[in-house]
Design a protein around this ligand. Structure first.
Ligand code: DC
Length: 215
């Protein structure tokens, strides 16, 4: 069983790239951000406060989160793929993912995936906390400007109203939260293979990763 771990900031293209790499290698694709998003959605539905840590951890313990290789997300058999991408869920997930006890339970759930199949797992703490001994570790980066430009394009395609400035400010705020979390912070380390995709096409990044994995 092989493990490819990919970390990087919001909007760096991790999702698209990890999904495609998994597909070509016939590995299982795991989007850990989606798992945190499921907890955020459940806590909103249960009218919990961000500070109700114990209740939030209990929600995760009871949750059945299923991820498909096509990127669909099922929470207790309900397709929540779109429901976990709303602004409300996104805003709350930054705070919820700082709960230390939640991260511990999450790590166990994430490690379980690797007992069944070879995996490509992406997130913020996969190369550092979840699978520090992964077979391959990548840090996928892109400039804030490029990530904002890509996100704004996606919003336009989906008909979501936003301005480039708003999107850029939101990304900067998330970067700060992601990099300053007391546990599981997004960090660059010497043993990750660093990729700056600011001036790369998606296909180039995929091929770069596949080459490294094939070496
Ligand atoms: O990748 P994403 O935007 O869907 O992630 C959603 C949130 O979850 C983001 O605010 C960071 C957090 N997250 C985390 O703390 N650890 C991970 N391994 C993955 C995501």
């Amino acid at each position: 069983m092989k493990i490819i771990a990919i970390d990087g900031p919001s909007g760096s293209g991790k999702g698209t790239i990890a999904k495609e790499v998994a597909k070509r290698l016939n590995y299982t694709y795991i989007d850990t951000g989606a798992m945190y998003r499921c907890v955020s959605l459940m806590s909103l539905r249960e009218n919990l406060k961000e500070t109700d840590e114990k209740e939030i951890v209990d929600l995760l313990k009871k949750a059945d989160i299923r991820l498909t290789n096509e990127g669909k997300v099922f929470l207790n058999s309900e397709d929540v793929s779109d429901k976990i991408r709303t602004m409300e869920v996104t805003h709350r997930v930054s705070k919820i993912s700082s709960i230390i006890a939640l991260r511990e339970v999450m790590r166990e759930k994430q490690r379980e995936f690797a007992t069944k199949n070879s995996i490509v797992m992406e997130g913020r703490d996969i190369t550092t906390e979840v699978f520090p001994d992964a077979d391959y570790k990548f840090y996928l980066d892109a400039s804030v400007e490029e990530r904002a430009r890509r996100r704004q394009l996606q919003n336009e395609e989906k008909g979501i109203e936003s301005t480039y400035e708003e999107v850029k400010a939101a990304i900067e705020e998330r970067d700060y939260d992601d990099m300053h979390r007391p546990v599981g912070a997004l960090t660059r380390t010497d043993d990750q293979i660093y990729i700056d995709s600011s001036n790369m096409e998606i296909e180039e990044v995929i091929n770069f990763i596949l080459e490294k994995v094939g070496e």
